[in-house]
Structure formats: C-alpha cells, structure tokens
Design a binder for this molecule. Structure first.
Ligand SMILES: [Zn+2]
Ligand SMILES: [Zn+2]
Length: 251
C-alpha cells in the first residue's frame, strides 16, 4: 500500500491511497483540472481513480467531488449524515457507509470511524492492506477514546496539526471563528495532536504526516518542533502543505 497527500489545508484537501491496482481518492477540495495537475505530479491520471471516499461535507473536502465523480463515473462513499447535506449534487453512484462498520474495496479494508467535528456526520479512516495500517485523521476538534483506539498501532499516520493555540488566540480571526476552530468540534491544535500521537502504540509507526495546517494560525516550524519533541527523526515525518502535499509514501 502507498499513499500521498495532493495538498492539505482549508483551501482544499485530497489524499490518494493505492493498493494493488486500486486507487482511492479521499476527499476532493480541488477543481477537476487542478486535481489532474496534482495527480500528474505523482504519475497518476484521473482515470486511474476507482472511487472517492468523503470524510464530510465542508467545501475544502467536498468542492470537487461531484464533478470528478461525474466525469469519471466512479462511486462516492459517504455517511448518511453527509449525504443528507449534499443530496442535491448529481452523483452517478452513491455508497453509504456506517461509521462503525468496516468494508472492502477489493483487497483494501476501510475502517471508518466518527470524529467530533462541526459537520453532520464526519468520518475519518483507517486503511488496511496485507497487515499494514494507514490511519487518517484530520478535521476533529477533540480526541475521543474511540479515535485513539482506531489510530493506535498504525504503520503510517496522516494527522491534523491545525493550529498553534497562542497564534489562534492572538491572530486575525473573529472571536466566533476562534471559538469554532479552537472548540471541541473544530480542529486539533499542535499540542492536542502531539498528545494524541504520544498516546498511541508507535511500535510500527514509520511515518507521520502532519496535515491541515492553518496558514494564518500555524507555522511548519512549530509543527516540526511538536513532532521532534516526540522523538521523531527527519526520515520518519513530513508535512503535507497546501501547495505541494507529499510525494508517494510506502506503508
Ligand atoms: Zn477541512
Ligand atoms: Zn471540516
């Protein structure tokens, strides 16, 4: 199994997970042309995608999904709650999943789990292939025991490091937006993400990808410092930024 972030942040998200001949796109916050450009940088074409999994309805994850699904005629997987919000959009094939039930995409096992976020029914995923586990967790305002139990023991993690508490507090956002982002249904700050990673069984964890960094309320340097405090070496972590995302990462 391998994966890459096509770019991550409030201006658009997209992640590709590949196992065997399967390529699955998780979220699409990019217009179709931009998606194709970002895929091409990773030697992939839009036509290679087999399905889209949606975490939730926010524009930075959803914006491009309808167009991509129609152009490629591929199924879109989402929760019932997400579907309630986006049902106006024409999608060729919709597959609803239960947040507490794993499902198979060929030889790829997808284990969704619910996260506390201000969307109707937000999900994140753990992917399993031939004994390797990849956990993805962005867009959550707090950490539940269930989130921790899902992410523990992974070989690779793509995890939100959204903001620095002090930068958010002193930054340019309105009071209400600060409350939203910093609240229990907003986004994880660097300290929360650090504590979450620290609490996991990291025996097999070879790669940590920090994602969904706020451009106003965080810096890559602060995220790096948080991760290095946990003892991660250069080769065991990277940051998926808005423009470049990451290259392919083997799991
Ligand atoms: Zn988001
Ligand atoms: Zn969101």
């Amino acid at each position: 199994m391998r994966f890459c972030s096509l770019g991550s942040g409030s201006r658009g998200n997209g992640t590709v997970v590949q196992s065997g001949n399967r390529s699955v796109l998780i979220d699409c916050g990019f217009p179709f042309k931009e998606l194709c450009r970002r895929l091409a940088l990773r030697q992939l074409q839009a036509e290679d995608l087999d399905a889209i999994l949606v975490t939730h309805e926010h524009g930075d994850h959803w914006r491009g999904v309808g167009v991509v699904a129609r152009k490629l005629n591929i199924p879109v997987f989402m929760t019932k709650g997400t579907y309630r919000v986006v049902r106006q959009e024409k999608i060729p094939e919709i597959e609803l999943f239960n947040c507490h039930q794993s499902f198979q995409l060929d030889d790829l096992t997808v284990q969704p789990f619910p996260v506390p976020h201000d969307a109707v029914e937000a999900a994140q995923f753990v992917f399993e292939h031939e004994g390797s586990r990849l956990g993805i967790a962005t867009d959550l305002g707090s950490v539940s025991n269930h989130v921790t139990s899902m992410l523990t023991g992974c070989d690779a993690l793509l995890m939100e490091f959204n903001h620095d508490e002090q930068m958010l507090r002193e930054g340019p956002y309105s009071a209400s937006l600060k409350r939203r982002v910093g609240g229990n249904f907003g986004h994880l700050n660097n300290r929360q993400s650090q504590e979450l990673v620290d609490s996991l069984d990291k025996t097999d964890l070879n790669m940590l990808v920090a994602a969904h960094l706020s451009e106003q309320n965080n810096t890559p340097e602060k995220v790096k410092a948080s991760i290095e405090e946990l003892g991660f070496k250069d080769e065991n972590y990277t940051i998926a930024d808005q423009q470049l995302g990451t290259d392919w990462i083997e799991v």
